[in-house]
Design a protein around this ligand. Structure first.
Ligand code: MG
Length: 385
């Protein structure tokens, strides 16, 4: 069971602000709220470590952001180490792993957090870090260079720092007993001679320490990537005629009439493909499979659906779910719907409970009601691969 400790204990003197820096807004929301939000769905619970004089404002901010429920609180100490140690004491029985995070690294992303958590599950201790881009010099007290360490062996360490809880508790206890003060939690394990794995961090995961950092973070947030989810809708109509098969979602439905079209005229799959192409901003099926192209004469639309799925894959996208409505006065489609769902689910590589096919009549109104044609509508959600 994972818990996160969010450190908001500092006085923020370097920020030049009157109040605790983690309570300052960045991009319209406080650093503390952003940091708590980043971990909220990834851990069982969170403990916020903050000075008593800041508690009321911190709680008000988190409450307003809908993030306050179930939070644990601990008092900030005089050092980072003391603050973490207070947080550790507040964690409930049953907690097995802990992620320690600086509240001021509020731009942390989910992938960075998950990599460090996975590392700690496998190795006991794992910390987000990035390669050192600048050449680093060791200097003496007069700023004269002593030497230049090999950059390839250097890493800049960030948070989260993730641990088996028992291990970190032991490291804190030993550090306290030996009056060892580390600059981060990993250094307490290093002090004990224990291994710490570094996992890939992110350049955006900066610690907002100065006024300038705050302005940089505002700029980064403005260019934040759009959500990876894309929604699309599709609509299609085909005429009902004699002498054609009625194919819906790849199922041949027994009926006296069938749908007219260049392909097999599977109106439901056409609507679905248009929804998928629409969500991916890739035009429509007319553009990809023109009805002037002899290759598509009589072709199974399920085959075209596989092409569209592959096209989306090439664009880094896949369907997350699909919902199709077939509008037909006759025949009754209910007995065929399970097979339709299975066909579509298979083509989209989705479990069946991510695909819905439904049928409706129009109470004999309009062209569907007069049985001149069948229409279909589809909605689909795409997500990144
Ligand atoms: Mg069509």
């Amino acid at each position: 069971m994972w818990y996160a400790i969010i450190l908001g204990g500092g006085r923020g003197t370097r920020m030049g602000a009157e109040k605790n820096k983690v309570l300052l807004p960045v991009g319209g929301e406080s650093m503390l709220c952003r940091s708590v939000r980043a971990f909220k769905g990834l851990v069982t619970g969170l403990c916020v470590v903050i000075r008593p004089e800041d508690r009321e404002e911190a709680e008000a901010q988190l409450r307003a952001a809908g993030l306050a429920q179930g939070l644990l609180w601990a008092e900030g100490g005089d050092t980072r180490q003391a603050s973490v140690s207070h947080g550790l004491a507040a964690l409930p029985a049953g907690c097995t792993h802990v992620a320690v995070h600086d509240g001021a690294r509020c731009l942390v992303d989910e992938a960075t957090i998950l990599r460090a958590m996975k590392g700690a599950e496998e190795r006991g201790a794992a910390v987000a870090a990035i390669p050192c881009i600048d050449t680093v010099k060791r200097v003496d007290s007069a700023s004269l260079v002593l030497d230049t360490p090999d950059r390839a062996s250097l890493r800049c360490v960030q948070t989260p720092q993730c641990f088996e809880l028992a291990l970190l508790r032991r490291a804190h206890a030993q550090a306290l007993a030996e009056s060892f003060l580390g600059t981060d939690d990993a250094s307490l394990l290093e002090h004990m001679g224990l291994p710490v794995l570094l996992t890939e961090g992110s350049r955006r995961n900066i610690k907002l320490t100065t006024e300038e950092d705050l302005r940089m973070a505002e700029a980064l947030l403005k260019e934040a990537p759009l959500p990876a989810l894309r929604v699309g809708q599709g609509y299609d109509v085909h005429r009902l005629v004699e002498g054609r098969d009625l194919i819906l979602c790849g199922v041949k439905v027994p009926h006296s009439l069938g749908l007219l079209g260049h392909s097999d005229a599977d109106v439901a799959v056409h609507a679905l493909m248009d929804a998928m192409l629409g969500a991916a901003a890739l035009g429509d099926i007319g553009k990809h499979f023109p009805d002037t192209d002899e290759r598509y004469r009589g072709i199974s639309s399920m085959l075209l659906l596989s092409h569209v799925t592959e096209l989306l894959r090439q664009h880094g996208l896949r369907a997350a779910n699909a919902d199709i409505t077939v509008v037909a006065q006759r025949p009754k489609l209910l007995p065929y719907i399970p097979q339709m769902r299975r066909n579509v689910a298979e083509a989209l590589s989705l479990p069946e409970d991510r695909v819905n096919v439904k049928a409706t009549t129009t109470e004999r109104l309009g062209f569907e009601g007069e049985e001149k044609g069948i229409s279909a509508q589809a909605a689909v959600l795409l997500c990144s691969l």
